[in-house]
Design a protein around this ligand. Structure first.
Ligand SMILES: *[C@@H]1O[C@H](CO)[C@@H](O)[C@H](O)[C@H]1NC(C)=O
Ligand SMILES: *[C@@H]1O[C@H](CO)[C@@H](O)[C@H](O)[C@H]1NC(C)=O
Length: 365
C-alpha cells in the first residue's frame, strides 16, 4: 500500500516536471484587432508574455521575424530573460514574476515584424506565441518628386508629378478643381505621374493630387498656367448708317495678358482714343477680353475693312471686321438703342461714362 502511494506520488511529480511550459500573450498595447497590433509611428508598443510551468534552467526569449529591404525573411534575437541585445530600442519589464513584457520604443516602419515569445525545451522542441505588429505612417509628400505651380507653353508635353509615402503604401489620386475632366479623359486618375501631351489652353487650371492611406491624407494643389497667343472671335461684318454710333468688337482669350492691341484700317492705325474713335478693353470671366473700337458718328471714310490686332508674348493674332453702310440706323450693341453720333465733348464724355459703368457691371457679374 505504502509502495503504491510512493509510485503514484513519483509518477505525479514526474508528470508535472515533464509537462511543457504554457506560453501566452496576455496583453498588448495597442490591443490586438483582427490578429494585428496596429501602431502609429513613434508610439511605444508592449507585448506581455506569461509563461507557466517554466522548467528550472530554461529561459524565456523574445525574437522577431521580418522582411528586410530586399524582401528576404530575417530572424533577430531580442532578449533572453531580462537581458537585451539592444537596450536603446527595446526593454524587458517584469510586472509579475511569470510575465516578460517586451517594450519596443518609438516604433518606426522597420519595426514592422512578427514578435515571438519562446521557451526552448530541447533543441527540437520549443513553445512559441507570436504577435504581429503593423506600423502605420500617415502619408507625406516627397518634395523632390512632387511638382509645384507651373507655367508652360501650349503644345508642350509635360508631366505633373506627385509622389508620397506612408504605411500602408498610399494611393495617389489626381482630380481637377470642380471635377473637370483630366486631360486623360476621366475625372480621376491614379498614379505618380500625370502626363499631358501637347497641352492646350483648356488644360490650364488647378490640379489636386491626394495621397491617402488608412491613417491619413495629404493634398497638393498645382496651378498649371499655359501660355498661348491670342485667339480672337468677331463678327465678320456689321453695318451702320452715317452719323450714328457703332462699336466694333473683338472677343479674345490670351495668356499672358496682351501687351498691345491696335485697330487698323488700311494704313491708318488706332491704339489710343482720339477724336471720334474710342478704344476700350474689358476683362471678363474665364480670361475673356473684349476689345472695342467705338466710332462716335460713322463717316464715309470709316466704311470698309477694319482689323483688330492683339499681341502678347506668344504672338500676334488679328481678325477683320467689315463695316458696311446702310440707310437704316442700327442700335448700339452696348446701349441697346440707336445713338446719334456727336462730336460734342459732353456726349462723348457721357458715352464713356456709360461704357465704363457697363464694363464695371460686366466684370462684377
Ligand atoms: C508574419 O505573420 C503573418 C501572418 O501570420 C505572415 O503572413 C507573415 O509572412 C509573417 N512575416 C514574417 C516575416 O514571418
Ligand atoms: C515614389 O516614391 C516611392 C517611395 O520613395 C519610390 O519607391 C518610387 O519609386 C517613387 N516613384 C516615382 C515614379 O518616382
Amino acid at each position: 500500500m505504502a509502495l503504491a502511494l510512493v509510485i503514484l506520488l513519483v509518477s505525479i511529480t514526474c508528470t508535472v516536471f515533464a509537462q511543457d511550459p504554457i506560453v501566452k500573450i496576455t496583453e498588448t498595447v495597442p490591443p490586438i484587432v483582427d490578429k494585428w497590433v496596429n501602431a502609429m509611428q513613434t508610439d511605444d508598443v508592449t507585448f506581455s508574455c506569461q509563461v507557466e510551468n517554466l522548467p528550472v534552467g530554461l529561459k524565456v526569449k523574445w525574437k522577431r521575424d521580418y522582411y528586410d529591404e530586399k524582401n528576404r525573411k530575417q530572424t533577430q534575437a531580442i532578449s533572453t530573460d531580462t537581458s537585451l541585445m539592444d537596450n536603446t530600442r527595446y526593454g524587458i519589464e517584469k510586472p509579475f514574476p511569470f510575465v516578460w513584457r517586451l517594450r519596443v520604443r518609438r516604433v518606426v516602419a522597420a519595426d514592422q515584424a512578427n514578435y515571438s515569445c519562446q521557451v526552448m525545451v530541447t533543441l527540437q522542441t520549443f513553445v512559441t506565441k507570436t504577435v504581429n505588429l503593423r506600423v502605420n505612417v500617415k502619408p507625406y509628400l516627397l518634395p523632390d518628386s512632387t511638382s509645384s505651380d507651373m507655367t508652360v507653353t501650349a503644345g508642350e508635353d509635360i508631366t505633373l508629378r506627385c509622389n508620397g509615402t506612408g504605411l500602408p503604401a498610399p494611393v495617389i489620386e489626381w482630380t481637377r478643381l470642380g471635377n473637370a475632366l483630366l486631360p486623360v479623359g476621366t475625372e480621376r486618375y491614379q498614379g505618380v505621374e500625370l502626363k499631358l501631351q501637347q497641352v492646350r489652353a483648356s488644360a490650364a487650371g488647378v490640379y489636386n493630387c491626394r495621397v491617402w492611406n488608412t491613417v491619413g491624407k495629404v493634398v497638393r494643389s498645382i496651378d498649371l498656367k499655359i501660355k498661348y497667343k491670342p485667339v480672337i472671335k468677331a463678327a465678320s461684318e456689321i453695318s451702320q448708317a452715317p452719323g450714328y454710333l457703332i462699336e466694333l468688337q473683338c472677343f479674345s482669350k490670351a495668356y499672358p495678358f496682351p501687351t498691345k492691341t491696335t485697330w487698323t484700317k488700311g494704313s491708318y492705325a488706332i491704339s489710343t482714343s482720339s477724336g471720334r474713335y474710342k478704344v476700350h478693353a474689358v476683362q471678363g470671366a474665364f480670361g475673356q477680353l473684349t476689345y472695342e473700337l467705338i466710332i462716335n458718328g460713322v463717316q464715309e471714310e470709316d466704311y470698309g475693312k477694319w482689323t483688330c490686332k492683339i499681341k502678347n508674348t506668344e504672338g500676334t493674332a488679328s481678325k477683320d471686321i467689315e463695316l458696311k453702310k446702310t440707310d437704316v440706323a442700327q442700335k448700339s450693341f452696348k446701349v441697346g438703342r440707336v445713338v446719334k453720333g456727336s462730336a460734342s465733348r459732353s456726349t462723348v464724355y457721357l458715352m464713356t461714362l456709360v461704357t465704363c459703368l457697363q464694363a464695371y457691371v460686366l466684370t462684377q457679374l
